[in-house]
Design a protein around this ligand. Structure first.
Ligand code: AMP
Length: 420
């Protein structure tokens, strides 16, 4: 038997229905915020991710799916959505009008070679938002609230936005120096990954899940210097303004100095959407220099991404009945050739009028058809028979009350519409 690759999954039944529901909700919801859908390729030139996500990040060093295509090009399956959107903004010169704030959202599969566990797959789906061409904390507040309010709309309870700032380049440089100075004497007490990070990406040590799970590591990290004490006045003011905006929008946030995010391109505000059980559903930040790094003009930007699989896991806890049981409106039973032709024709008419309809396409006997109709929880059964058909009549049975009625063939659609 051929099985699915490790870290992938088949989306079946209720979960597949929730996925569809989610993507519809997102489309309608983003329209109200005036964001446009953008679809970029699932694979891109490897260099795009090396230059944006960062050479030293876990994603690029350990997690990308890289391959040579048949033309000997270095290709990578996208591990995240921002880089492709930025590439597209630059390549298509979408920044043509200098005053426009460009607002995009995407929904698509991402690929990371990670250790699979619940809510962590190798192929997963992200919904993300990217807004370009404004450096105003008002835009940060809008983007943060897009994600927050969506989770509220979906009735996922008790979401907190964990918020931090990485400051501008100067703040970040001063802070990183102080952090390295503090951590150096403790380096042997941290995990191997963090020992390496001290050289390559020291801020990432702050959110090392492994070290935080150990008492010793937690004690070291809890006493580390805080970014707040190293912010330039401009960065500190900007962070205060954002908090004011979020309070105005009733976003439930808390400052968490350990949120640093895994990607290199962030500056200023970074945040995560976290459930009360501590599950991170998404995260984002400002990235004012990425467009330039990738060869475009200076275009400050801010965005976030959320994992759909994790949202589906949450929705499974609160989801309404309609996702759990799919119910059929009508099952049309047929045995003879004439009955089958009538069934085929009627089913098309019903389906085109939004009635969920099933027929016997497997040449089954009546008994089996009754069983299947019950399995599909059909509300009504149409039991065709040659004699009634000759008189232009259709035999309908209410599958709950078991009451049977003969209806004129030409009136059957109207009758069903009224009675369902
Ligand atoms: P990141 O791009 O790492 O900040 O991830 C943003 C969100 O995408 C996370 O909060 C998760 O909800 C989701 N996500 C990231 N990696 C995975 C994965 N391997 N499997 C499933 N969801 C993921």
């Amino acid at each position: 038997m051929i099985t699915k690759p490790k870290g992938t999954y088949d989306l079946l039944g209720k979960d597949a229905r929730i996925y569809n529901y989610l993507s519809n909700v997102i489309d309608n919801y983003m329209d109200n915020y005036n964001y446009d859908l953008i679809r970029t390729p699932i694979f891109e030139a490897s260099e795009l991710f090396h230059r944006s996500v960062g050479e030293t990040t876990d994603i690029v060093t350990k997690e990308t799916y890289d391959f040579k295509d048949r033309g000997d090009r270095d290709i990578t399956l996208r591990p995240e959505g921002t880089a492709g959107v930025v590439r597209s903004v630059i390549e298509n010169k979408l920044y043509g009008n200098r005053n426009d704030v460009l607002k995009y959202y995407y929904l698509g599969t991402m690929y990371r070679y990670e250790r699979p566990q619940s809510g962590r797959n190798r192929e997963f789906t992200q919904f993300g938002v990217e807004a370009f061409n404004s450096d105003d904390p008002m835009l940060d507040a809008e983007v943060i609230s897009v994600g927050y309010n969506l989770l509220q709309e979906l009735d996922i309870p008790d979401i907190t936005v964990k918020l931090n700032t990485l400051g501008d380049l100067e703040s970040r440089k001063n802070y990183t120096e102080a952090l390295v100075k503090y951590l150096k004497p403790h380096i042997n007490e941290l995990c191997e990954d963090c020992q390496r990070r001290l050289e390559t990406n020291p801020l990432r040590i702050l959110d090392c899940k492994y070290d935080r799970s150990l008492e010793k590591g937690r004690a070291i990290l809890d006493k580390a210097p805080r970014i707040n004490d190293y912010l330039t006045k401009e960065s500190a003011d900007r962070f205060k303004q954002l908090q004011k905006n979020l309070t105005l929008l009733d976003v439930d946030f808390e400052i968490d100095p350990n949120i640093v995010r895994g990607l290199d391109y962030y500056d200023h505000n970074v945040w995560e959407y976290v459930t009360k059980e501590g599950v991170t559903l998404g995260g984002g930040g400002r990235y004012n220099n990425l467009v330039e790094t990738l060869g475009g003009p200076h275009l400050p930007a801010v965005g976030f991404a959320m994992g759909l699989e994790r949202i589906i896991l949450e929705l499974n806890k609160v989801i309404e009945e309609r996702f759990i049981e799919k119910q059929l409106d009508v099952y049309i039973m047929s045995v003879s050739e004439e009955e089958k032709l009538t069934a085929l024709k009627l089913a098309q008419e019903f389906r085109l009028n939004n009635l969920r309809t099933e027929i016997n396409t497997a040449n089954l006997g009546l008994k089996s058809q009754f069983k299947i109709a019950d399995g599909l929880k059909a509300k009504f059964l149409i039991i065709l028979n040659n004699e009634d058909l000759k008189k232009g009549l259709i035999n309908v049975k209410d599958n709950v009350t078991k009451e049977e009625t003969k209806v004129d063939e030409k009136d059957i659609l109207d009758w069903l519409m009224i009675n369902i």
